[in-house]
Design a protein. Structure first.
Length: 171
């Protein structure tokens, strides 16, 4: 085989590999504004996430891969966190069910109890269910809570701006 043919084949392979390289992963920030009816129970408001924005930013091929690899331990490929008000990672382990946290009125993580106002728990359908501690909120209250996912060195920051509104089903 001549050197020109070998060189041509190698050049073609290099171009093929370069063209198949994946984009670099990057941070993404998503914000959701939620009107939540005041409640004296643990009812929940469902908020679907933009799975395409997150998996695209993390350069993952599909949401199922993301969900299978989601965790809070060191062996997880995608890590779940609560975020502090300034957007930095909060190293606290989940304080609510599964991938979830209880939050104070100023958006800090807490445990269930007298300081708890809201909770947010991730479902297995790329969504969060957000609820309130019974009797801890009033119509007109506003809150901001943050959660996120870390994949390699990229962060998906999820901000929930919550406004408590009148509940037409309660008197």
């Amino acid at each position: 085989m001549s050197k020109k043919i070998v060189f041509g084949l190698l050049s073609g392979l290099v171009l093929l590999f370069v063209s198949c390289e994946k984009d670099e992963i990057k941070d993404v920030s998503l914000t959701y504004n939620i009107n939540m009816p005041v409640d004296i129970n643990y009812s929940r408001t469902y908020q679907a996430l933009d799975s395409v924005a997150i998996t695209d930013a993390f350069n993952l091929s599909y949401a199922d891969y993301f969900m299978v690899n989601l965790g809070v331990n060191d062996t997880s490929l995608v890590h779940y966190y609560a975020l502090n008000a300034d957007g930095t990672l909060n190293e606290a382990k989940p304080t609510a069910t599964g991938f979830g946290h209880w939050f104070t009125a100023d958006g800090k993580t807490t445990t269930w109890g007298s300081q708890a106002v809201l909770f947010s728990e991730m479902t297995d359908h790329f969504a969060f269910e957000i609820g309130q501690f019974p009797g801890a909120t009033e119509v007109g209250d506003t809150y901001t809570i943050k959660q996120g996912f870390m994949y390699q060195n990229a962060l998906a920051s999820i901000t929930f701006n919550i406004t408590i509104v009148a509940n037409e089903n309660q008197e």
